[in-house]
Structure formats: structure tokens, C-alpha cells
Ligand binder design. Structure first.
Ligand SMILES: Cc1cc2nc3c(=O)[nH]c(=O)nc-3n(C[C@H](O)[C@H](O)[C@H](O)COP(=O)(O)OP(=O)(O)OC[C@H]3O[C@@H](n4cnc5c(N)ncnc54)[C@H](O)[C@@H]3O)c2cc1C
Length: 483
């Protein structure tokens, strides 16, 4: 192993793990003394600086990373400031580091900032290296036959299945050498990542954001749920999906590790490839899209949707955010989001559809609310999910296909178990009416403890009307684009 005399900074970002971590592996392989660093500079992420729920997770992930590093005689150095570059320069000066290694980020603000930093550090003749540890494949390397990025999922997926799956990168942690003297670190608490008003009790009940617990979840999922994923994934009352999205977002588990683990544990069952492993390709697809089309976090991928006739209405938006639309499956989803920082994928699709179609609120309003309230808020996946639903993104559902929130509820929560968990006020309703309480007479409803518009709202807009509004808006869009 080469022996470097100068320390190397390993700059941690959304790769908060010691395993399968390319930048760290490389620094150890080169024999450097290592200085693990995290810099909090949220202004540089603008306009998508991490939201409240995401900051909460980040706090715990950083605390856990520090604990893991201490097991190897190291520790996490935390700094904050308006400029990451300035903070890195200070650390370089304080420690005499001549090398800086990191794993690449692929969203617009991260790319811009990292490129600027890379050029500046290279000009100072420092050894700067970046790696891919966040995605299965580097987006610059994956193109279709015409040499352009894929815009449709199925060919993207088929193509990647013909390419070798990248292997995990071993990290020889036993050879990790720490710097002789650690520079000063800020206490994690000083970053103020935890919510000021106590909003997190439901999160604490649902999540254990430490890597060891997340690995246990991965193993349990691989053992008990992965094989039946395809049959169960759409039913929000069933614990049928991995719930590992925040772990992937913060890089506490990398996609190569998850992929290989699930494949191996499932004894290479082909059903896994078209089940949960396919979802990891959706994550890959969303990230590649945002990399190639960085404007899409704020604007539709399909430019004709720029002139969509949204009808801004703060009262609609507020009712949706609070889970007071009168559609039980939507309201249960929005309450799940508020209480736990997470929402089941099927329900994400339903609530998003009602916001952009029935209520004609701009998809960005929904994306922003999710951004602040999801522990797994991820720019690529969130942008992709919202644009898919609004019909303006890659491979999107056609705009004229309008989800019926009553039928979606009946199909995917037939017993109303999910609804009753998050809307206890509807606890006594029989399953026949749980998806449309207003169909029961006022007297009968009162017998079940519900007075409409007092205990639970009537539908914010009746479904046929909502559907018609969406179709009219779509017709208007077509007219605007042909005028
Ligand atoms: C409107 C909308 C907004 C969304 N916003 C986000 C977001 O901010 N962050 C986020 O991680 N996901 C987002 N998703 C995608 C998806 O809902 C979540 O990834 C999934 O529900 C997470 O649960 P899980 O970990 O149990 O997923 P699993 O079903 O166990 O899937 C495993 C992993 O695959 C990835 N994945 C699964 N489905 C998708 C998908 N449709 N698109 C991209 N990746 C996927 C995730 O990383 C997930 O953890 C959004 C979807 C919609 C419709």
C-alpha cells in the first residue's frame, strides 16, 4: 500500500456510510491519513435546501456516522458556513491536506458547486478526485443508440440489464489511519437540524435512522417481503415495500450494496428483477433524467406544458396539505406524511393526482410540500414523481388519465385499514362507505360518530366535476399550443 505523508480530506455529502464508499476506499488505498469532513452550507442548495423532515434525518445520520468513525479511531469534523469552498480552504490551511476526495452528486446545485470547487482546488495544485458511489451507473456513460439520454424507462431498463452490474467497492477500514491531530469540529447540535417545535414524535416511532438498523431492515425485507413485493407493493395497509428510501437518499446504504444483497438473499429469483430491483432502476432513471435535464426541478420536461392553465387557489392547497379534501384515501396519505415523514408510493400517486388534476394546483406546489415533509425528499425522485403525475415529464402518465380517488381507495385499501389508521374519526364506518362517507345519510353517519363537515369534510370537489376540470384544462392546453 502506498504511504502518503499528507492528510486527505474525505468530504462526506449524501454518502453517509463507511461501506462501499469509493472516496473513502480510495483515500485508504493510497495510504493517506484521513480527515472525514461534513460541511453544512444549505444556502448553496437553493432553492432546494433540505426541508424540515429531511434535516431531522440528516442530524441522526451524521451522529451515527461519527459513532461509526470513532470505532476506527477517527471522527467526523463538522463545519458550517455560507460557502463550502471557503470552509474547505480553511481546513486545508489548518491541516496541510493536499488531497480532497468526494463522491459526486448529480443534482443541478450540487454539480455547479462541485465543479467550481474542483477547478479552484486544482488550480492550487491539490489532488482532487471524485467518484460515483450514489448511483449504479455514472449518467455520462449511459446513452441510447443515437447517443442521447434515455427519456423512456423501459428501453433504459432493458439497456442497463445488458450492462454488467457494478460491484460493491470494498473499504479496508482496518487500515484507516487518522490524522495525528484533528482540527476543531462544531457540535452537531449547532447545525440546528432538529425541528424547533416538536414535530418529530411520529418520526421517532417509525424510524431508526442509524445504518445498523437500516441494514436490519434491508435484511428483513430481503428475507420476508422481497419475494412477494410485486403482489403487495400497491397496498398501503401492508408492510410490503422496503421503506429504505431515506437510507438511499442519504447514502447510508448504497444502491450497489442493496441490489446485490437483495439478489443474493433471494437466491437470484427472476421475480426480484421485475419486482423491487426494478424500482432501483426507477431511482436510477429519475437521477439520470435530472442530470441530463437539470431545468426539470423547476420546469416541465415537455415544454408544451409550460402554458398549462393552472388555477392557483390557496384554500385548495391548504386543504390538501392538511388532509382535509374529503377523499379518505387522500387525507389518510397526507396525514401519514405529516405524522411519519413518509407516504406509501401508491398513495403518493393518488394524492399528487388529486392536487394537479381535480384541484388544478401547480405540481411545484405539491413538490415543495413533499420536499419539506418527507424524510426521503430527493430532488430527482420527487421531480420525477410529480412530473409523471402531472403528465409533463418523461414517460409520464397521459394527462387525460385522471385517477378516481374513490376507486383507487376501494382497489388498494379494500378494508379501509390504512384509512382508519390515519383517520381515526372514520374508525366506525363500514368498508362499503369508508371511501365515500358522504354516501351515507346524515343520521346513519351520526350514529357512527361522524357529522359531515364537522368531524370530517365533504369532498372538496365532487369527483365527476374534478375529472371534468382536468379534462377541460387539458383541452385548453392543447388549444394554447396550437394557436
Ligand atoms: C409524487 C411523488 C413524489 C415522490 N417523491 C419522492 C422523493 O422525494 N424521494 C424518494 O425517494 N422517492 C419519491 N417518490 C418515489 C416513491 O414513492 C418512493 O421512492 C417510495 O415510495 C419509497 O418507499 P420504499 O423505500 O418503500 O420503496 P420500495 O418500493 O421499497 O423501492 C425501493 C427503492 O426504489 C426507489 N424507488 C421506488 N419507487 C420509485 C419511483 N417511483 N421513482 C424513483 N425511485 C423509486 C426508492 O429509492 C426506493 O427506496 C415519489 C413518488 C411520487 C409519485
Amino acid at each position: 500500500m502506498p504511504q502518503e505523508t499528507h492528510p486527505a480530506i474525505v468530504w462526506f455529502r449524501y454518502d453517509l456510510r463507511l461501506h462501499d464508499q469509493d472516496a473513502l476506499a480510495y483515500a485508504i488505498e493510497q495510504g493517506h491519513e484521513i480527515l472525514p469532513v461534513f460541511i453544512w452550507a444549505p444556502d448553496e442548495e437553493s432553492p432546494w435546501e433540505p426541508g424540515g423532515a429531511s434535516r431531522w434525518w440528516l442530524h441522526h445520520a451524521l451522529a451515527d456516522l461519527d459513532t461509526q468513525l470513532r470505532d476506527y479511531g477517527s471522527r467526523l469534523i463538522i463545519r458550517t458556513g455560507q460557502s463550502t469552498q471557503a470552509e474547505l480552504q480553511k481546513l486545508i490551511k489548518e491541516t496541510g491536506a493536499k488531497s480532497i476526495f468526494w463522491n459526486r452528486r448529480y443534482e443541478p446545485a450540487g454539480i455547479k458547486r462541485d465543479s467550481r470547487i474542483k477547478s479552484a482546488l486544482k488550480e492550487q495544485n491539490l489532488n482532487v478526485q471524485s467518484f460515483n458511489a450514489t448511483l449504479l451507473y455514472d449518467p455520462t456513460k449511459i446513452k441510447n443508440k443515437s447517443g442521447t439520454p434515455f427519456k423512456v424507462f423501459t428501453p433504459f431498463w432493458k439497456h442497463l440489464r445488458t450492462v454488467d452490474l457494478p460491484k460493491e467497492r470494498p473499504v479496508d477500514l482496518d487500515s484507516l489511519k487518522s490524522v495525528k491531530k484533528f482540527p476543531k469540529s462544531l457540535p452537531l447540535e449547532s447545525l440546528n437540524l432538529l425541528p424547533r417545535i416538536s414535530w418529530d414524535h411520529g418520526w421517532l416511532e417509525m424510524w431508526q435512522p442509524q445504518r445498523e438498523n437500516l441494514l436490519t431492515r434491508l435484511r428483513d425485507f430481503g428475507k420476508n417481503q422481497a419475494a412477494s413485493y410485486e403482489d403487495q407493493r400497491d397496498f398501503p395497509a401492508i408492510d410490503g415495500t422496503s421503506q429504505l428510501s431515506p437510507a438511499f437518499h442519504f447514502g447510508q446504504i448504497g444502491p450497489r450494496e442493496a441490489f446485490q444483497h437483495i439478489r443474493k438473499q433471494g437466491k437470484h429469483d427472476p421475480a426480484l428483477e421485475t419486482g423491487v430491483l426494478r424500482q432501483l432502476y426507477w431511482r436510477e432513471f429519475a437521477n439520470h433524467l435530472l442530470f441530463h435535464f437539470p431545468h426539470t426541478s423547476e420546469a416541465p420536461l415537455r415544454p408544451e406544458y409550460q402554458s398549462f392553465p393552472w388555477q392557483e387557489d390557496p384554500s385548495f392547497l391548504r386543504a390538501w396539505q392538511r388532509g382535509e379534501t374529503g377523499y379518505p384515501i387522500v387525507d389518510a396519505g397526507m396525514r401519514q406524511l405529516w405524522q411519519t415523514g413518509w407516504m406509501h408510493n401508491r398513495v403518493r400517486m393518488i394524492v399528487a393526482s388529486v392536487l394537479v388534476k381535480h384541484l388544478l394546483q401547480h405540481w411545484m406546489e405539491g413538490a415543495k410540500w413533499f420536499w419539506d415533509t418527507l424524510v426521503d425528499a430527493n430532488l430527482a425522485n420527487n421531480t420525477f414523481g410529480w412530473q409523471w403525475t402531472a403528465g409533463c415529464g418523461a414517460d409520464a402518465a397521459p394527462y387525460f388519465r385522471v385517477f378516481n380517488p374513490i376507486m383507487q381507495g376501494e382497489k388498494f385499501d379494500p378494508q379501509g385499514k390504512y384509512i382508519k389508521k390515519f383517520l381515526p374519526e372514520l374508525e366506525k364506518l363500514p368498508k362499503k362507505y369508508i371511501h365515500q362517507p358522504w354516501e351515507l345519510g346524515a343520521l346513519e353517519l351520526r350514529g357512527l360518530g361522524v357529522t359531515l363537515d364537522k368531524d370530517y369534510p365533504s369532498p372538496i370537489i365532487p369527483h365527476p366535476e374534478g375529472r371534468q376540470r382536468a379534462l377541460d384544462a387539458f383541452a385548453e392546453l392543447k388549444k394554447r399550443n396550437t394557436a
